[in-house]
Design a protein around this ligand. Structure first.
Ligand code: AP5
Length: 206
């Protein structure tokens, strides 16, 4: 099964991806996490994208597509994938269709007014990459899942969130029509609780 998680920044893609990979045998491929790993490891790719990510803009398509292409060649992708954060624009969607087209695209719909609160209160685990919100975990510093260090992402500030939302509306929203025309788009209500959103996704994936 080849699945894409589509949705605005902070819509819950990463949160749902953790639930999905627990239930289904799919590798979670988050382009944001792949870029952040490259930055942390100070690779040439990381050095090229760091400043761009800090502003909330999209990294160059050629670098992003090449990175995903390489990742999809790995053995764990033989029976499918769960893509989170890719594709992000029509060009990337067209490239993915040439490499390995998805079966289903789950679009997590949220009220954009709530996004800033979700993102500015997010804590991300430096180890397992899972995301949490201070509304639920308070001021704890260790990941509830693996005990790793909880950190605040560099792009999780109010100013960058506004830029990321603008980029989403201009470049990523047209993907809804693209995949709808292919008959692959299924929207779920992302304003429900994490468990309720997951239940809707399970109905789609079976
Ligand atoms: P990326 O890492 O992909 O970030 P994003 O798309 O902005 O998405 P987020 O990770 O912010 O949100 P999410 O939807 O995963 O939400 P989460 O589950 O954490 O991209 C970062 C950057 O990398 C980009 O800006 C770009 O520069 C670059 N990049 C990445 N991919 C690229 C590409 N393809 N092309 C070019 N550049 C690319 O949830 C958010 C918060 O809400 C958490 O605190 C969570 O606990 C909480 N929450 C989740 N679900 C619920 C719920 N149902 N109710 C209440 N709270 C909830």
């Amino acid at each position: 099964m080849k699945v894409i998680l589509l949705g605005a920044p902070g819509s819950g893609k990463g949160t749902q991806a953790a639930y999905i990979t627990d239930k289904y045998d799919l590798p979670h491929i988050s382009t944001g996490d792949l870029f952040r790993d490259n930055i942390k490891n100070q690779t040439p790719l990381g050095q090229k994208v760091k400043a761009i990510m800090d502003t909330g803009n999209l990294c160059p398509d050629d670098l992003t597509v090449a990175m995903v292409k390489e990742r999809l060649k790995e053995k764990d992708c033989e029976n499918g994938y769960l893509l989170d954060g890719f594709p992000r624009n029509l060009f990337q969607a067209g490239e993915l269709d040439k490499i390995d087209a998805p079966d289903v695209v789950i679009n997590i719909e949220v009220d954009l007014e709530k996004i800033e609160h979700r993102i500015t209160g997010r804590r991300s685990c430096a180890n397992c990459k899972n995301s949490f919100h201070v509304d639920f975990i308070g001021d704890r510093e260790a990941c509830p899942d693996c005990g790793g260090k909880l950190v605040i992402r560099k792009d999780d500030n109010a100013e960058t969130v506004r830029e990321r939302l603008a980029v989403y509306q201009a470049q990523t929203l047209p993907l809804e029509e693209y995949y709808s025309k292919q008959g692959k788009l299924v929207s779920v209500d992302g304003d429900k609780s994490i468990e309720e959103v997951f239940a809707q996704i399970v109905k789609v994936l079976g």
